[in-house]
Design a protein around this ligand. Structure first.
Ligand code: N7H
Length: 456
C-alpha cells in the first residue's frame, strides 16, 4: 500500500469538516481575464487547506471545470487526458440523458451550470460559525468586485443541522467509505459502527484502485502527473419538495376509514429510504424506529443477501439498497461485495435552505441538498450509481421502478414493498427531488495547483 502525501491532498477529500465547520459557502465563478485570475489564484494558493494544516476557524478548497482549465491554459491535448464526462460537462445531451435530467430537472431550467451560467471555478469555504463565514465572504466578494478576472455566477450557502438530519427528516452522512491509508477506519467505526475500507485510488488519483491499477492520470502544463493526488468532484444542487414527500406518505397510508397515522407514514418513508429517521437500518429494525441513541451502532454493520434476501426488511428498490447494494447485486455475495466496491463515492453534500416548520405545508421556501461527491472515475462511480442503479427501471428484477427519492420519473412511477404474504405497491410517485444546477469539477493536488497558477 503506497503512502499518501497528505500535504499534497486537498483537505476536503479527507474530511467533510462537519465537526467544527458547520457553515459553508460554495462560490461559483466564471473567468473573465485569465492572467488577472491566475494572479489572484497564486495569492490564495497558500491558503488552500491540505490534509495536514487546518485553520481553527475556516477552510478553503478549490476545484475547476473543463472550461476553467482551458481558460487557464490547458491545450486540447491536455484536456483529452481527463475523464470523458469531465471533458464533456454535466449538461451535455448524453450526460443529461443518463443522469435523468429531464422535465423540471432539464439543464435549460438550471440556475447555474448551463450556457450563460456555466462555471469555471468552485471555491469551497467552510467556517466555524456564521460570523466567520460572513467575514470571509465579505472579503471574497470585495476581492471579486475589485477586478481579479472572475465574475460571480452564484454564491450558495449551506449549513449542517445540529442533528445532521436532511430536509425529509432522515439522519444523513452514515454510509461512507473509508479511504485506505488515511487511518480513519477507527473514527468511522466509532461514529457509525461500520467501516468499508476502499483502496485510495477510488478517490485519489495516482493510487491503486479496487482493480489494483490507478485510473488514468490527467496531464497538463507539461506536468505528466498533473492529476496526482487530485480527484473529480460532482456537484448537483438538488431541490427537495418536502411537503410533496410527506403528503404522499400521508395519502398512501390513509386507512379505509380515512384515518392517518404517523407510524404508518414513518414506516413507508423508511421503506423508501432504507433507514428510519434515526438512521437505524430497516433491514435490521423491521417494524419500528428504535430511535434510541445511538441508533447507529453495530446494527449498522449489515448486508442484504444474508438476512434480507427477499426484501421484506429493506425493499429491493429502496434508496440505500440501490445506491449501495452491498452483497445483494448478484447471486454470489462475495462477487457482489467485490463489484460494489468499484462503484463507491464519498459524499460531501450539505443541506441548504431553512428546515420546514410543517412538513405538510408548501411554505414556498426553497430547500434541498447541495449534493457533492468525490470519485476518481465519474463514469464508473457517480454516473454508474445514478444511471445503472437509481434510474434503472429493472434494477433487482423490478419492473418500471426507479429510485423513489432520486430516480428519474416516468409515467406512473411505482415503488414496491416486498412482504409476506404479498408485496404491496404505491403508485404515481411525484417528483420529490429536482435538479437545479450542476457541474463536474477537477480538484487538483496542491503541487498541481501551484503549477496551474504559475507558482512553480
Ligand atoms: Fe442519498 N435522504 O436524505 O433521504 N441518502 N440522498 N444519494 N445516498 C442516503 O447512509 C438523499 C443521492 C447515496 O452506503 C441516506 O448517509 C437525498 C444521490 C449513497 O448505505 C439518506 C438525496 C446519490 C448512500 C439519503 C440523495 C446518493 C446514500 C441514508 C437528494 C448518488 C449510502 C443515510 C436530495 C447518485 C448508502 C446515509 C449506503 C444514503 C438521502 C441523493 C447516494 C437519508 C434526500 C444523488 C451512496
Amino acid at each position: 500500500m503506497a503512502m499518501l502525501d497528505f500535504s499534497d491532498i486537498q483537505g476536503f477529500i479527507l474530511s467533510s469538516y462537519s465537526n467544527n465547520m458547520p457553515c459553508a459557502n460554495y462560490l461559483l465563478l466564471k473567468i473573465t481575464d485569465a492572467s488577472l485570475c491566475r494572479k489572484w489564484l497564486a495569492g490564495i494558493t497558500s491558503n488552500i487547506t491540505n490534509g495536514i494544516d487546518r485553520k481553527s476557524d475556516y477552510t478553503l478548497n478549490i476545484a475547476f471545470t473543463a472550461p476553467g482549465l482551458k481558460a487557464l491554459g490547458f491545450t486540447d491535448e491536455d484536456m483529452s487526458t481527463f475523464s470523458l464526462p469531465f471533458q464533456e460537462g454535466m449538461s451535455t445531451p448524453i450526460r443529461q440523458q443518463l443522469l435523468g435530467d429531464s422535465g423540471n430537472s432539464a439543464p435549460e431550467k438550471w440556475s447555474w451550470g448551463y450556457k450563460e451560467n456555466e462555471v469555471d471555478i468552485l471555491l469551497l469555504l467552510f467556517a466555524s460559525g456564521e460570523d466567520e463565514l460572513s467575514r470571509l465572504m465579505t472579503l471574497r466578494l470585495a476581492e471579486i468586485s475589485s477586478g481579479i478576472g472572475v465574475r460571480k455566477i452564484e454564491s450558495l450557502f449551506a449549513g449542517r443541522q445540529p442533528d445532521a438530519k436532511e430536509h425529509f427528516g432522515f439522519l444523513d452522512g452514515i454510509g461512507q467509505p473509508v479511504i485506505e491509508g488515511t487511518g480513519l477506519e477507527e473514527k468511522q467505526l466509532s461514529r457509525t459502527g461500520h467501516a468499508t475500507v476502499i483502496k485510495a485510488g477510488e478517490f485519489i488519483l495516482g493510487h491503486d484502485n479496487e482493480m489494483l491499477q490507478p485510473d488514468p492520470l490527467p496531464t497538463g502544463l507539461q506536468m505528466q502527473d498533473f492529476g496526482l493526488n487530485g480527484t473529480y468532484l460532482v456537484f448537483r444542487q438538488l431541490e427537495q419538495h418536502v411537503h410533496e414527500f410527506w403528503n404522499y406518505l400521508l395519502e398512501k397510508t390513509r386507512d379505509s376509514e380515512g384515518n392517518v397515522s404517523q407510524a404508518a407514514q414513518d414506516e413507508l418513508g423508511a421503506k423508501i429510504v432504507g433507514r428510519w429517521k434515526s438512521g437505524a437500518p430497516i433491514t435490521i429494525h423491521r417494524h419500528a424506529d428504535p430511535a434510541i441513541p445511538p441508533a447507529i451502532n453495530q446494527d449498522n454493520n449489515f448486508t442484504f443477501a444474508a438476512k434480507d434476501g427477499s426484501g421484506f426488511g429493506c425493499p429491493f428498490g429502496a434508496h440505500i439498497r440501490r445506491t449501495n447494494p452491498r452483497d445483494s447485486l448478484f447471486d454470489d455475495p462475495e462477487i457482489s461485495i467485490r463489484t460494489v466496491k468499484r462503484h463507491h463515492i464519498i459524499r460531501r453534500g450539505r443541506s441548504y435552505g431553512d428546515r420546514s416548520e410543517n412538513v405538510y405545508a408548501d411554505d414556498g421556501i426553497k430547500r434541498g441538498l447541495h449534493f457533492i461527491c468525490l470519485n476518481s472515475n465519474i463514469e464508473r462511480q457517480f454516473e454508474f450509481i445514478q444511471q445503472n442503479w437509481a434510474n434503472n427501471p429493472s434494477f433487482n428484477a423490478l419492473n418500471n421502478e426507479t429510485d423513489p427519492l432520486i430516480g428519474q420519473r416516468n409515467e406512473n412511477n411505482i415503488f414496491s414493498v416486498q412482504g409476506c404474504p404479498v408485496r404491496t405497491r404505491v403508485h404515481d410517485l411525484p417528483e420529490f427531488v429536482t435538479t437545479k444546477g450542476g457541474a463536474y469539477f477537477f480538484m487538483p493536488g496542491i503541487k498541481a495547483l501551484m503549477r496551474l497558477v504559475g507558482d512553480v
